[in-house]
Design a protein around this ligand. Sequence first.
Ligand SMILES: [Zn+2]
Length: 190
Amino acid sequence: MSNLLSRLLLSLILLVGAPVVYCVSYFVLDGSLIRTDELSLLASNGVTSLFIVVAWILIWRRQVVWTAGRRQMTIVAGLLALIPALLVNLIISATSRFVDEVAIVIGGLCWCSVWLALTVFIWRETALERAKRLGEVSESAIACPNCGYNMTGLRQARCPECGTQYTLDELFGMLRERAADLEREQVEAK
Ligand SMILES: [Zn+2]
């Protein structure tokens, strides 16, 4: 089994396991430690979210290039995901006085799915990172800005991999930009 396949399977197991964690934490907390239903559900939201966040990061951490920007965005995504979660919670609570519990559960579900979806975009590697990972970029190599294909030695400014057509000044401009990016990333990494 390849590494990627085992990560995908673990992700699937995580999504199936999350409701189990939710139920177990609810039954442990409710009645024994916490008196009200709403608080027990809120605490179970917290426990399950923590489980998902930790497991998700553990599964994918080696696949992600952890720049300072990505770390910050991952945390910001957690805060951003609170907005739709609270909105959904408010809307459901407003429509009926008797479904507060449902509002809490769906609000938690909403937070987890929004955060997970955001991490997929935040953690995705850029064309430049892909090129570096594949060893296709050295300081002087010209890589296709669109797909990272090494265009060194070509007699035309058209990428044979993705078909994007460039002008020479575009390629030189992007080469300078990339050198600046590399420099900035090296400074950030320090
Ligand atoms: Zn290309």
